[in-house]
Ligand binder design. Structure first.
Ligand code: GLU
Length: 450
């Protein structure tokens, strides 16, 4: 995209790259944001004078630690542990933990950076953070996962707290892991507090938290469609992933009248033209959350197509929801989606589209809801879980869902406020980046040189 500010953007990025070598995903996330923020900061010199952009790309604190644990054979295993405390201008650090073999500093810094803007967009008082480990829960026994989580929390507990830093789940960290982590924190500190979100409902969790990211991304798609006078009714939807986000996006899309025809995992995707209805989704939830099996087994059970080693973006649809992981839609796949009639993308995952894919969406003028806006429902309900913990009270399902819907509407309205173009269409990338930035930047300035 030709930009009058190209030189400044390049200079800024050159410094970020020199200071953070080899953190390619972090460079990508920063570049996407500064492309819109550098022109904005030029028009709003208070941010330039205070060097807010230079400060916001530097984490307030990075914690790196060793995580030793014993596997079922009694052998010692060692993993890396991380927590990136990116920005606390508007509230305690908040963001998930990712357990996946690809986890490294660059991945977690990209996620922590995105989290700052996302959390600000939710309207709730949460700063940004992210953490995790290169530990791979796949193929591990429950006992191994527990011993790993206990060791991980033994160190992490020194750095977090309900008013300091509140982790949650992400890829590889669900209810089981949050339970083991919470148990160990409580034991070490002798405190029952809201130090983690995504807790079980019997021990301080919030209703709708498991559903929130997938539901929120669907509500966001509905908001975008409404700008064109349309709804989800009768639309064909392609979803990637088959974890928590994909599962509840499938549930909500189906409830709102759409038809979800694909799901995937790292081995391949299933294509079910009849649609993944309630009953089939129940099977997926059992397969993925209880049996911890592969999505291929869905195709065997329901006799539909399975495409080994492929992603679902070649399947014809009106709406696509990438709900798996970063950089899972490339330029060619974006072109294929659009050539096949897709005109709405709502991202359940963090940064699932490459910069080239985003450019394809933007040139085509489709509705493009980027992750930091579209998938903010998860952390938003985490924020509501924190509020309920502080109140020592629990809201009903209907109350939490109503608050989630309102937050997604508000995020959409913020994107429209900052992203509306002269022709009336909305640049959601610009809208979300500026909308998320302003509150954090103003707070940073108000708090002095922090
Ligand atoms: N990992 C989720 C995200 O990417 C949720 C974080 C949270 O609930 O703190 O936003």
């Amino acid at each position: 995209m030709a930009n009058a500010f190209d030189q400044q953007i390049n200079d800024f990025m050159a410094k970020v790259i020199a200071k953070n070598p080899s953190e390619v995903e972090f460079h990508q996330a920063v570049h996407e944001v500064v492309e819109t923020l550098i022109p904005f900061v030029e028009e709003n010199p208070q941010y330039k004078a205070a060097k807010v952009l230079e400060r916001i790309v530097e984490p307030e604190r990075v914690i790196l630690f060793r995580v030793p644990w014993l596997d079922d054979k009694g052998e010692i295993q060692i993993n890396k542990g991380f927590r990136i405390e990116m920005n606390s201008a508007i509230g305690p650090y908040k963001g998930g933990l990712r357990f996946h073999p690809t986890v490294n500093l660059g991945i977690l810094k990209f996620l922590a950076f995105e989290q700052v803007f996302k959390n600000s967009l939710t309207t709730l008082p949460m700063g940004g953070g992210k953490g995790g480990s290169d530990f791979d829960p796949k193929g591990k026994s429950d006992n191994e996962v527990m011993r790993f989580c206990q060791s991980f929390m033994t160190e992490l507990s020194k750095h977090i707290g309900p008013n300091t830093d509140v982790p949650a789940g992400d890829i590889g960290v669900g209810g089981r892991e949050i339970g083991f982590l919470f148990g160990q924190y409580k034991r070490l500190r002798n405190e029952f507090t809201g130090v983690l979100t995504g807790k079980g409902i019997e021990w301080g969790g919030s209703l709708i938290r498991p559903e929130a990211t997938g539901y929120g991304a669907t509500y966001f798609a509905a908001e975008m469609l409404e700008t064109r006078g349309e709804t989800l009714e009768g639309k064909t939807v392609v979803i990637s992933g088959s974890g928590n986000v994909a599962q509840y996006a499938t549930e909500k899309v189906t409830e709102m009248g759409g038809k979800v025809v694909t799901l995937s995992d790292s081995s391949g995707f299933i294509y079910d033209p009849a649609g993944i209805d309630k009953e089939k989704l129940e099977y997926v939830m059992w397969l993925k959350n209880v049996k911890r099996g592969r999505i291929k087994e869905y195709a065997e059970k329901f006799d539909c197509e399975y495409h080994e080693g492929m992603r679902p973006w070649g399947v014809k649809c009106e709406i696509a929801m990438p709900c798996a992981t970063q950089n899972e839609v490339n330029e060619d796949e974006a072109k294929t989606l659009i050539a096949n009639g897709c005109y709405c993308i709502s991202e359940g995952a963090n940064m699932p589209s490459t910069p080239e894919a985003i450019e394809v969406y933007q040139n085509a003028g489709i509705l493009y809801g980027l992750g930091k806006a579209a998938n903010a429902g998860g952390v938003a309900v985490s924020g509501l879980e924190m509020s309920q913990n502080s109140l020592r009270f629990a809201w009903t399902r209907e109350e939490v869902d109503a608050k989630l819907q309102k937050i997604m509407k508000d995020i959409h309205a913020t994107c429209v406020k900052y992203g509306k173009k002269e022709d009336g269409s909305v640049d959601y990338v610009r809208g979300a980046n500026i909308g998320g930035f302003v509150k954090v930047a103003d707070a940073m300035i108000a708090q002095g040189l922090v």
